[in-house]
Design a binder for this molecule. Sequence first.
Ligand code: DX5
Ligand code: ZN
Length: 222
Amino acid sequence: MSDARINPSILAADFVNMQADLARIANADFVHVDVMDNHFVPNLTFGPQMVQRIQETSPVPLDVHLMITDADRWAPGYAELGAASVTFHLEAAEHPVALARRLRQIGSRAGVAVKPTTAVEPLFDVLDEFDQILVMTVEPGFGGQSFLADQLPKLTRLYDEARRRGSQVWLQVDGGISESTIARAAAAGADTFVAGSAVFGAADPDAAIAALRARAASAHRH
Ligand code: DX5
Ligand code: ZN
């Protein structure tokens, strides 16, 4: 694997000092932007207007994670505003493959996410339709929750299937990623890691990113 990608989640940033907090993660690969609608998940963050400003301000490209219902309707707008990647939930999309094609056509990477109770096997036959698959290792909705290690076999099954098919899809993991859990996720097959509290809770976020990246790279599955 080339370097592990570390995407800090701004859910753990200071929402009224977003520009300053974005400047603290210039060493990140992407900034992970959690959009929540109080409906798909029991929490509310922000919508396209805020994401547009983050896009204009961020030193690194945007990795938008949509925890919203009716993804078919709303996801393309985030690609149109320039997000490098847009990930919607499989549980929230009526036509996931058509939606992924639309996102790619607009020019963003297309991602699909699964909640802890959702199986990944239905994605095997359509792996090439996606640029990244996000395996949630917490129930989506809040930062700072404990890592669900029972989700790791999903990453391994995806990793082995992607290899078998020669797919270049990125395998992303989100929820409870820290210096003590990242090696297990990397060993299971993840190559892209979202970390909220572990990065923004650190005294030096850029140093925390470098430490996470090094741990993941040395533990990655081959
Ligand atoms: C949770 C969000 C995550 C969250 C992760 O629903 O999707 O991106 O910010 O936060 P930590 O890393 O603190 O678990
Ligand atoms: Zn997220």
